[in-house]
Design a protein around this ligand. Structure first.
Ligand SMILES: Nc1ncnc2c1ncn2[C@@H]1O[C@H](COP(=O)(O)OP(=O)(O)OP(=O)(O)O)[C@@H](O)[C@H]1O
Ligand SMILES: [Mg+2]
Length: 365
């Protein structure tokens, strides 16, 4: 049986991963220096996939921590330490832990050969963070520097107040580690790295991740669609027309089109049919989402779903929103913060092309 060549949702690698050659080169060259790296993009543009790919290719030791999963400072410390054990020899770490001011309890889990670590609730967060982070610096070998990746770094403030300050004040002294910070929710990440008052102000090289270039994505899609479509190139073009090369939504639509063509055989309009299918599938989620939005934001979204004008243009306000431009602006800010709208080089856009269609259809039915 033929296998669907598209994948969406989780980290992609191998033949599911396309292009990003420029970004890969850039990331590698920065990590060869003594600098740190920050990658920002809207949700699901491929940050985690990109960094995972580069990490595999560098052959250097890597510690990867997703801050979305961290509940408090003790958890942050123990999860980091647990990952150190995966990379460096037990004995080496043990020696350093002896000098900790707060001693963790460590046991080997015979079920999976992993080390279980826990810290009792501590009175001083900063001592704990300092000890654990400095351990990373001490285990790292200057000739084969450790890379520490903090994914979903915008979550840092939700772990504990002041933890960002404590982390920064320790790691600014580190010379044997390259730190990589990944994050979505663009405005939050920019606040962390670009606001003068923030402890992480200009802490590293900021790399904004864009969509996958049209030509390359087209070639990738057409190659995958060959095993299903009569005119793979044309079908690929239609897909990109709708998804505007958004990595995740493109893969999602391509996956559905391929399924449709393989299971139902001939279809006159496989792309349109797949779009309808996806919209129907998400109808309830979209409905629920819609009901959380205020009236002003609804109006802006409706306008954005019906027109190609940027919402800050006078054409837009004449036709879809009679009101002050400051109202449109604060609405866009809200919509961007909750991820419904993204700001790209093309201006403001509705992030999910299927949600956009859903809004549009609902309006005209
Ligand atoms: N280089 C790529 N080639 C093809 N598809 C890609 C690529 N990068 C990302 N994608 C698509 O986007 C999806 C999301 O990728 P990934 O999880 O790496 O993004 P992310 O930016 O880390 O997302 P999040 O904001 O949820 O953390 C993948 O499952 C895949 O469908
Ligand atoms: Mg990610």
């Amino acid at each position: 049986m033929k296998k669907n060549p598209f994948k969406f949702g989780s980290i992609v690698d191998g033949h599911y991963f396309t292009n990003r050659s420029e970004e890969i080169k850039k990331v590698k060259s920065i990590l060869m220096t003594d600098n740190h790296l920050i990658i920002i993009s809207p949700r699901r543009f491929g940050k985690t996939s990109l960094i995972s790919k580069v990490m595999k290719e560098t052959g250097r030791p890597v510690i990867f921590l997703d801050l979305q999963l961290i509940t408090n400072t003790e958890d942050f410390a123990s999860q980091l330490l647990k990952r150190v054990y995966r990379v460096y020899p037990f004995e080496k770490i043990k020696q350093i832990i002896k000098s900790f001011r707060i001693i963790p309890s460590i046991s080997l889990n015979p079920m999976n050969n992993e080390v279980d670590i826990s810290f009792q609730p501590v009175s001083s967060d900063s001592i704990l963070i300092e000890d654990v982070l400095n351990l990373l610096e001490r285990v790292s070998d200057k000739k084969k520097k450790l890379i520490v990746v903090f994914d979903e770094f915008q979550e840092i403030k939700n772990i504990k107040k002041e933890i960002d300050r404590q982390i920064r004040s320790t790691i600014q002294h580190h010379q044997n580690i390259n730190y990589v910070f990944l994050g979505s929710q663009e405005s939050l990440m920019r606040d962390i790295f670009e606001k003068k008052k923030s402890p992480f102000y200009h802490f590293g090289y900021l790399l904004p991740l864009d969509r996958i270039p049209h030509q390359e994505f087209l070639a990738y899609l057409a190659a995958g669609l060959k095993s299903a479509a009569d005119k793979p190139e044309e079908t690929a073009k239609e897909i990109l027309e709708i998804t505007k090369s958004h990595p995740y939504y493109t893969q999602q639509l391509a996956f559905n089109v391929w399924e449709l063509l393989n299971n139902a055989g001939k279809s006159k309009n496989p792309v349109e049919e797949s779009v309808d299918e996806i919209i129907m599938h998400h109808d309830m989620d979209y409905e629920r989402l819609w009901n959380t939005i205020n009236r002003t934001d609804m109006k802006i979204l409706i306008g954005m779903s019906l027109s190609e004008f940027t919402p800050l243009s006078s054409e837009f306000s004449k036709k879809y929103f009679v009101g002050a431009s400051s109202t449109i602006f604060s609405s866009l800010k809200r919509l961007t913060q909750n991820g419904l709208v993204i700001k790209t080089e093309l201006g403001y856009e509705i992030d999910d092309p299927f949600f956009k269609r859903w809004v549009n259809k609902r309006r005209i039915r």
